[in-house]
Design a protein around this ligand. Structure first.
Ligand code: 5RP
Length: 218
């Protein structure tokens, strides 16, 4: 199976985790496949909260109502992909640059269902550069602080987040303790969010493999 077929398989499997009401929807190619599957059962839900402008557009193009998080309240489930995920269901996210809104919607959700093809499962996080969303005027300061933490920050060229900020992709970090590092990076003045999702990990991972969709729980 191709990587895209594995992404489609996990997107289909995630539909079983969709209750009635309002759900949260992530960003990226795997999340896009999920939105396409969601369109088939859209009568079952009242609408969705989107984690990015791109996701909002795709939901709307399928006729799925896009709702404001501030009026939606707590969501039963959030479905999203990941750039890397461990067996503890700690993740690196933000390859698509939507990490801040993703983290907000995940925080408001009772259950986080991660959907990923098998290549995303890793023993230790950090081969994928860690995205850090930064207020533009703090770019140099945050970059220096990331170097102190052992990373090599690279500005994501020509990219502005939905919140009007920049992304530093931080290479070569040794992520031995994801919860601690997530907290530490969030303390740096000028950082909006970092792409470690360890303090609020996924609850379920649907992993696409050649042998079928495997379900992992933390
Ligand atoms: C976007 C994300 C995505 O979930 C992550 O980049 C995975 O993307 P894809 O499903 O295209 O592999 O965090 O900000």
């Amino acid at each position: 199976m191709t990587q895209d077929e594995l992404k489609q398989a996990v997107a289909r499997a995630a539909i079983e985790h969709v209750p009635s009401g309002i759900i949260g929807v992530g960003t990226g190619s795997t999340a896009n496949y999920f939105i396409d599957e969601l369109a088939r059962i859209k009568g079952r839900i009242d609408g969705a909260v989107a984690s990015s402008e791109a996701t909002a557009q795709r939901l709307k193009s399928h006729g799925i109502p896009v709702l404001d998080l501030n009026t939606a309240g707590e969501l039963a489930v959030y479905v999203d992909g990941a750039d890397e995920i461990t067996e503890h269901l700690h993740m690196i996210k933000g390859g698509g640059g939507a990490l801040t809104r993703e983290k907000i919607v995940a925080a408001c959700s009772k259950k986080f269902v991660c959907i990923a093809d098998g290549s995303k499962l890793v023993g230790m996080l950090g081969k994928f550069p860690l995205p850090v969303e930064v207020i533009p005027m703090a770019q140099s300061y945050v970059a220096r602080e990331m170097i102190k933490l052992g990373g090599q920050p690279v500005l994501r060229q020509g990219f502005t987040t939905d919140n009007g900020n920049i992304i530093l992709d931080v290479h070569n970090l040794q992520i031995m303790n994801p919860v601690e590092l997530e907290t530490q990076i969030n303390q740096i003045t000028g950082v909006v969010t970092n792409g470690l999702f360890a303090r609020r990990p996924a609850d379920i991972l649907l992993l696409g493999t050649a042998e079928g969709v495997k379900t992992l729980k933390a």
